[in-house]
Design a protein around this ligand. Structure first.
Ligand code: DC
Length: 229
């Protein structure tokens, strides 16, 4: 059965701007928003709370199926409030350490399978903007538009630095650069849903563009795609 609810798939590495761009586009379109990275990050927190080891695939997959999550977009365009089993954990998700844990458990096929249904459940009328690594390639292969956002590692590290500093985290640019490179490498070489553009994705390098420039560009692509039907 084909699903008629349109999905805009925004994929790309950490710091490519997809979270901020995705939320702004979702607001402009009046569509729902899925921050799939937050699902993997939340599972990392759930595992920590339950004392589950990141090597225990079976326990992690079970935890992924059982955890209850509620996402509420915040006023700031790059964050969502996240409740895990009824407890607010949004701020714990944003650290680089949480990104690292997420990237480790995201390499486990059983975990990715267990999180599929949760991701599909975000597809509600009138539409969904989905941000992640494999939105276009695996989770929503029938997305109306697939965009792969990228930027040089230096630019991405600087963006993450500014984003985390603004939120009051004590961060170091060099350390962030190294962690981003390490996370990119792990996400790109894993066997299931590695970080790479879907075959039919439009690739957009945002290194020289500001946020509104990217939003306009993607919005224009989406309108053109919708006109074509
Ligand atoms: O988008 P993010 O930085 O919040 O994602 C954190 C990690 O989660 C990322 O390094 C890899 C993993 N991830 C994934 O494997 N697939 C997704 N669709 C989203 C995130």
């Amino acid at each position: 059965m084909t699903n008629k609810i349109p999905v805009l798939a925004l994929d790309g590495p950490s710091g490519s701007g997809k979270g901020t761009i995705g939320q702004l586009l979702a607001r402009r379109l009046g569509w729902h928003f899925l921050d799939s990275g937050a699902l993997y990050r939340s599972l990392g927190v759930a595992a920590e709370q339950a004392g589950v080891d990141l090597n225990d695939k079976t326990a992690l997959a079970r935890l992924a199926l059982e955890m209850s999550l509620r996402f509420t977009p915040r006023e700031a365009a790059d964050t969502v409030d996240v409740q895990l089993n009824g407890q607010e954990i949004g701020d714990r998700l944003r650290t680089e350490a949480s990104g690292r844990r997420a990237s480790i458990l995201a390499a486990i096929p059983e975990v990715r399978r267990a999180l599929l249904q949760k991701q599909h459940s975000f597809r509600q009328p009138p539409g969904l903007v989905a941000d992640g690594r494999d939105m276009g390639s695996t989770v929503f292969p029938d997305a109306i538009l697939k965009v792969y956002l990228t930027a040089t590692p230096d630019v991405r590290a600087e963006r993450r630095y500014k984003q985390l500093k603004d939120k009051g985290f004590d961060v170091n640019l060099r350390g962030l650069f190294d962690e981003i490179r390490e996370r990119d490498a792990r996400d790109a070489v894993r066997e299931v849903s590695p970080l790479k553009p879907a075959k039919d994705a439009c690739i957009l390098d945002t290194s020289q563009l500001d946020i509104s420039g990217v939003v306009e560009r993607v919005y224009g692509l989406l309108q053109a795609r919708q006109r074509r039907g």
